[in-house]
Design a protein around this ligand. Structure first.
Ligand code: ADP
Ligand code: MG
Length: 206
């Protein structure tokens, strides 16, 4: 049997008496691609929030690589190797593509407070490498708010990759995309997951 990366044990979350997630058990082995599928309102995004510390469960535990991470702060869980994207686009629309990814790389390396110092130059290569991987290098100087929706989602993937995750959690990565954009996004994600030996858990509603 493969090594277990993430384990969710009897996790429950209720919001003022409304049960959004009810006793979920889930095991994610290391390596490969897995999906959580369910209709809108099923509790999928809430489950991600419980895995990444954005919400604390009412009951149950989340274990990553054998360590309990239940309700740890999101930045600590991120540092441990779980990177996630959000269902709705989560970028700085007035910064350029390069600046968005650079900010994420700086933040991952603990240099956010030195944004205007030489730290910026130091992470230039890392930033460009990530942009190359997702195919956005030629758009690095574009203001993000002007990008096509599909490119914004690709940018979001770059921002998630900047934290050098081992487990990648993507919440409806193709939401709002055209059929053509969907196909190229899926190709892109599976190529990156394979090339970098990541484990992917993604949410879709169909
Ligand atoms: P999905 O991602 O599967 O569409 P969600 O996890 O977003 O579903 O939501 C599951 C249910 O929990 C929905 O009924 C939603 O309205 C409710 N919910 C989600 N987050 C909150 C919150 N912060 N407060 C109250 N209710 C919430
Ligand atoms: Mg959702």
């Amino acid at each position: 049997m493969k090594d277990v990366l993430l384990e969710v044990k009897s996790v429950t979350k209720s919001f003022a008496g409304f049960m959004a997630v009810n006793g979920v058990n889930l095991t994610v082995p290391k390596g490969g691609i897995y999906s959580i599928i369910g209709p809108n309102g099923a509790g999928k995004s809430t489950l991600f929030n419980l895995m990444t510390g954005h919400l604390a469960p009412s009951h149950g535990q989340v274990i990553y690589k054998g360590k309990e991470i239940t309700a740890l702060p999101p930045h600590r869980i991120c540092k441990m190797g779980i990177g996630r994207s959000f269902q709705r686009t989560n970028i700085f629309p007035r910064l350029t593509v390069f600046e968005n990814v650079q900010t994420a790389v700086l933040s991952h390396q603990g240099m956010a407070l030195r944004l205007f110092s030489s730290a910026k130059r130091m992470v230039r290569d890392e930033t460009c490498e990530i942009l190359r991987k997702v195919g956005l290098l030629d758009q690095m100087d574009r203001i993000c708010g002007t990008l096509a929706h599909g490119d914004q989602r690709q940018l979001e993937l770059s921002i998630t990759l900047a934290s050098e995750p081992e487990l990648l959690l993507l919440d409806e990565p193709t939401a709002g995309m055209s059929p053509q954009e969907t196909v190229s996004m899926i190709d892109l994600i599976s190529r990156i997951v394979q090339e970098q030996g990541l484990t992917l858990l993604f949410i879709e509603h169909d």
